[in-house]
Design a protein around this ligand. Structure first.
Ligand code: GRF
Length: 269
């Protein structure tokens, strides 16, 4: 079992599942599972060579169904569960077994409009904007901590379908990004940011990253060290609530301060 092995649970077409597969970064899809064997998304996953699993609670009951699901997830070595249009409520017992490792995408700006018909309710309330949220799944429906949100405008004349289409497009961008942030360790994220920059490489498999053979990022004692114009190396603590946009900017700045002129002239980062 590893946190970066993700199972995606669907009940229908699975457009979010497809986005999670196609935009995967820092995680791998170990299983696509469904409570509906006829779900269109399952067929897509199988066609794309992904392991799939399905069973229906009909005739066996929720507890037996969840036992089967739990066994399938553990057999696949899953460490994180992403609900993507999975329309069946998980029992408190199941949530407790996977405490803190289940996330969900919900088509509203939580905590507003928990439950169903979110778009119609936002329009009826005269809201100017709507959106989607990725949150941790707890025993409270749509009630867990929000990990990320994306906002879209509600336009004059919008009906629920038009708004749903606009929100769904935002979901397909938000969910893969938030899932990779959720699954990746702080070191994984630093590594990902450093190696996205041109002409970079790790020194061995260690916590140091080079450009043209010169170090521009070091990871040590839960902190990342970067170069700064005026102070040589400075450390940014990676414990607690990290401002990842700042970390990304400082890593890129350190690259600029270290990279040879020809790389900067070639357009740099
Ligand atoms: C999405 O809008 C999601 O937010 C909600 O159900 C819908 C599922 O769509 N939970 P899809 O099956 O991922 O296309």
């Amino acid at each position: 079992m590893s946190n970066d092995a993700v199972a995606i649970l669907i009940s229908g077409r699975g457009s979010n599942m497809i986005a999670l597969v196609e935009r995967a970064r820092g995680y791998r899809v170990a299983l696509v599972a469904s409570d509906r064997p006829e779900a269109a998304g399952l067929a897509w996953a199988a066609r794309h060579g992904l392991p799939t699993w399905s069973s229906s609670p009909r005739g066996i009951g929720k507890a037996a169904y969840e036992e089967q699901l739990d066994a399938a997830l553990r057999d696949a070595g899953v460490g994180t569960i992403a609900l993507a249009g999975y329309m069946r409520l998980l029992s408190d017992d199941f949530v407790a077994r996977w405490r803190g490792r289940i996330v969900n995408i919900h088509p509203s700006l939580l905590p507003k409009y928990k439950g169903l018909e979110t778009h119609g309710r936002a329009i009826a309330a005269g809201d100017a904007e709507a959106g989607c949220s990725v949150h941790i799944v707890t025993e409270e429906l749509d009630g867990g901590a929000v990990l990320g949100q994306s906002r879209v405008p509600i336009l004059p004349g919008d009906d629920a379908d038009a708004l749903a289409t606009r929100v769904l497009a935002a979901e397909h961008l938000l969910y893969p990004r938030i899932l990779s942030e959720f699954v990746m360790t702080p070191f994984d994220r630093v590594r990902d940011m450093a190696l996205t920059l041109p002409e970079t490489e790790p020194r061995g498999d260690g916590p140091e990253f080079l450009v043209a053979g010169q170090p521009f990022v070091r990871c040590e004692d839960g902190a990342v060290q970067v170069r700064s114009a005026d102070a040589g190396w400075t450390a940014i603590d990676l414990g607690g609530d990290v401002d990842w946009a700042l970390v990304e900017d400082r890593i890129a700045r350190s690259w600029e301060l270290t990279a040879p002129t020809h790389l900067l002239e070639a357009g740099g980062r």
